[in-house]
Write a protein that binds this ligand. Structure first.
Ligand SMILES: [Zn+2]
Length: 244
């Protein structure tokens, strides 16, 4: 009895492990390597050319977005704004200004929900697209998920709808939304910056005075180092040129 019992327990145990493993593999989110290979999500590009993409999430904010646009304009720098639809609706003048000054406007949902269903996300993307179109006459091509959280199902769905999903360089997350201090924001960007990086800032979601003040130092410093500031779509085009 004992002789049969032990292998049986082992067999059941192995069976459970296999089932768990299989299940995990099925539900796991595909990683950066996978999505960089397919080109469906972008974190940054590798290039020798001294370019970076400044990106701003969660705006427009009536005060801080205007201040940021002033700084960008002073240095002839282009940026990409991942806007929240309900803020875009309230600040259409700033969306128009972003567009007229050559910046890129991209979709960052309508209400910035941290958790939502796929159906609701699709609805929010469409709502924000229509708002941007009603102001600028063009539809955004890029989408950044809230907090960078994604599932394979989400990526499949948004890619099918024609969006390119944009994250940011992992070492270029300024965490400016936490108000960590001007110096900290500045240091995060300047210490590890490399050509082709996508830098993450926020122009909305709270008091962004630190972001504005840090930018006043970061932009001239990077310019001094020979960097040019391009939109994310411009960066994508450079990537295509490279891989040809
Ligand atoms: Zn956000």
């Amino acid at each position: 009895m004992k002789k049969i019992f032990t292998p049986l327990i082992c067999l059941i145990f192995v069976g459970i492990l296999l089932a768990l493993g299989l299940n995990l593999r099925v539900s796991a989110v595909k990683d950066r390597y996978h999505y960089e290979t397919t080109g469906e999500i972008m974190w940054e590009i590798k290039t020798e050319e001294k370019v970076v993409a400044l990106t701003f999430d969660d705006g427009p904010h009536p005060k801080h977005t205007a201040e940021i646009l002033d700084i960008l304009s002073n240095y002839d720098a282009k940026a990409t704004f991942f806007v929240v639809g309900e803020n875009a609706e309230k600040n259409s003048d700033l969306i128009l200004r972003q567009y007229n000054e050559g910046h890129e406007i991209a979709n960052h949902t309508y209400t910035h929900p941290l958790k939502t269903t796929l159906a609701k996300l699709e609805k929010e993307l469409k709502q924000t697209d229509e708002i941007i179109f009603s102001i600028t006459g063009t539809y955004p091509e890029l989408f950044r998920p809230v907090e960078g959280q994604y599932s394979d199902q989400m990526i499949q769905s948004v890619v099918k709808k024609g969006y390119r999903v944009i994250m940011w360089s992992w070492h270029q997350d300024t965490e400016d939304w936490k108000n960590p201090g001007i110096h900290r924001i500045e240091k995060t960007v300047l210490k590890g910056v490399k050509p082709g990086n996508i830098i993450l800032f926020h122009d909305g979601g709270g008091n962004r005075r630190q972001t504005v003040e840090a930018l006043e130092k970061i932009i001239p410093e990077l310019k001094e180092q020979g960097y040019e500031f391009v939109t994310v779509s411009e960066l994508i085009k450079m990537k295509h040129v490279q891989t040809k």
